[in-house]
Write a protein that binds this ligand. Structure first.
Ligand SMILES: Nc1ncnc2c1ncn2[C@@H]1O[C@H](COP(=O)(O)OP(=O)(O)OP(=O)(O)O)[C@@H](O)[C@H]1O
Ligand SMILES: [Mg+2]
Length: 219
């Protein structure tokens, strides 16, 4: 069964005549790494925001796990789709790196020792431990990216939706990210990666979608 079912979805921003997305029909599964590519301004980020309910289709409907997206709260959607913003500055809001990761994990209702363990695990993996007490927005671009990823990965959502996750990462950190995605896929989780990084896509994607003129082309 499709995890996300998109039926006849069109979208244009208020006050604009141009449709960014036109009559999209697409199924996204909770398996493998689905890559979404497309030129700047083709609507990739817009599409991702529709999937997490931040934007609403002008026409058509989206179902998540068999439920209409429009019937779910942002929090309910957020528990099923982990979203990492293209710009980490839009996502980070806590006083310390450790708190940034712990904040969401605590809301999962885990016992405190599991929270501490989870936070430590992802901080170690993304090499953020030495910044545990640092102010997130004071980190370098690559460190902020890793923190944004770590904070969402720690929540272990069924599907991850990553908007340009390799931006600002050096080759070694890209590989760490890719290896993490491989592990998630092996654990029956799905990943959707919006990316211009052809090398990364070639290495890790199992399905390739290109957005062009408001429509998806399956490659
Ligand atoms: N809030 C907004 N109001 C009006 N138009 C917008 C808004 N946000 C984006 N757009 C327009 O919608 C189109 C798609 O933008 P979007 O950010 O989804 O593209 P993208 O494929 O993610 O681009 P990039 O590769 O640069 O990240 C662009 O033409 C953009 O200018
Ligand atoms: Mg974008």
């Amino acid at each position: 069964m499709a995890y996300i079912d998109i039926e006849n979805v069109s979208f244009c921003y208020p006050g604009q005549s141009r449709f960014v997305l036109r009559d999209i029909n697409l199924r996204i599964y909770k398996e493998g790494v689905t890559a979404v590519t497309g030129a700047n301004g083709s609507g990739k980020t817009t599409f991702s925001k529709l999937l997490i309910g931040l934007l609403k289709p002008v026409k058509g409907r989206i179902q998540l796990n068999g439920k209409l997206l429009s019937s779910l709260t942002l929090a309910q959607i957020g528990r099923q789709i982990g979203y990492v913003f293209q710009n980490p500055d839009k996502q980070l809001f806590c006083e310390t790196v450790e708190e940034e990761i712990a904040f969401g994990v605590r809301n999962l209702g885990l016992p405190p020792e599991r929270v501490t363990q989870k936070v430590r695990e992802v901080m170690d993996y993304f090499e953020l431990s030495r910044y545990a007490q640092a102010y997130p927005l004071s980190l370098s671009a690559g460190e902020k990216r890793r923190l944004a990823l770590a904070a969402v990965f720690a929540l272990e959502p069924g599907l991850l939706l990553l908007d340009e996750p390799t931006t600002g990462l050096d080759p070694y950190r890209k590989q760490l990210l890719g290896d993490y995605l491989d592990k998630l896929v092996a654990a029956n989780r799905g990943v959707v990666v919006i990316s211009h990084d052809q090398k990364f896509i070639d290495r890790y994607a199992t399905r390739l979608l290109r957005l062009e003129d408001g429509q998806f082309i399956e490659e």
